[in-house]
Design a protein around this ligand. Structure first.
Ligand code: ZN
Length: 301
């Protein structure tokens, strides 16, 4: 059964300049339904993550300031959005969505969150349009509930998962893998368990080879019992922020490599969308929907 976390609050009305990247959260569910990939029964509606849940991997003082909207101006600037209750609530819904999707993944092999992949949020800060880190929080939840013992976070967004790395640096049970554009934001990178910083305009064939080699090593060494996959599509050549130059087809093979490796090792995987900033919205939506299609085919959902 295909399970997808979504609710209308994911499509947050933000100021004009930032509306574009949010539009995809409105269009992905529509496209999935339009193509007959998903119907209403596949979607579930998350609730607001509690204060305690938000503190699973974040500093309680930071979370308190988010909830009270008392975060100082410098910290708000680092996030990049004007702070509002609706924005904080939006991320609380996403956090719960990713936690529930992780539970569904344990049942069905794979499950999705529309939105999420807020990997720039660290232990005590938000950054790069991320307030709280959804996949890190869900990892914290699985550990706390003793639903997983060894978690691998695969982050293939073009931007380094610096917040996730910050949260789990040296953690004995959560292993962070980020493969990203070396010259892309963030310019000061955190250290993940494994970082692969790629040169601009890397050839598609080299990208896929490096990914495959590292997935094999990671899975055989770590032997994870749960995987979170941040499937950002800002690796595309059309992306206006990403410095990689990859084709939609390569983006699909990338997804297939991740899913087939998870299946090979019988490890459930939760998928969050991550970034995507191609000027043509259809490039973004098609690449995200492709991730769903590949999973559906592989898992016979
Ligand atoms: Zn990104």
């Amino acid at each position: 059964m295909l399970k997808i976390a979504f609710r209308p609050e994911f499509i947050h009305p933000v100021k004009e300049g930032h509306r574009f990247p949010m539009l995809k959260y409105e269009l992905i569910p529509l496209q999935l339904k339009h193509e007959g990939i998903a119907n209403d029964r596949n979607f579930f509606s998350p609730e607001l993550a509690s204060f305690e849940t938000c503190c699973l991997v974040h500093d309680p003082h930071y979370i308190e300031q988010l909830f009270d909207l008392t975060l100082d101006a410098k910290m708000v600037r680092r996030i990049g959005f004007p702070l509002s209750k609706s924005l904080v609530d939006r991320e609380r819904y996403i956090l719960d969505g990713t936690i529930q999707a992780a539970r569904y993944a344990q049942q069905y092999g794979v499950a999705f969150t529309i939105a999420g992949g807020t990997h720039h949020a660290g232990y005590d800060f938000g950054e790069g349009f991320c307030l709280m880190n959804d996949q890190a929080t869900a990892a914290g939840y699985l550990l706390e509930q003793k639903l997983a013992q060894r978690i691998l976070i695969i982050d293939l967004d073009v931007h380094q998962g610096n917040g996730t790395a910050h949260i789990f640096k040296g953690h004995p049970q959560v292993f962070t893998f980020s493969m990203h554009g070396e010259k892309n934001y963030p310019f000061i990178k955190q250290r993940s368990y494994l970082d692969i910083g790629l040169a601009d305009h890397i050839a598609d064939v080299d990208y896929l080879r490096i990914l495959e080699e590292n997935l094999v090593v990671l899975f055989s060494h770590i032997r994870p019992d749960f995987v979170f996959y941040q499937a950002g599509v800002d690796i595309l050549a059309t992306d206006k922020l990403g410095k990689l130059n990859l084709s939609p087809r390569t983006c699909g093979i990338r997804d297939e490599l991740v899913f087939s490796t998870c299946r090979h090792y019988h490890v459930p995987v939760q998928v969050s969308m991550g970034g995507g900033y191609s000027p043509q919205i259809k490039d973004i939506v098609n690449a995200h929907c492709q991730t769903f299609k590949i999973a559906i085919d592989l898992y016979n959902l």
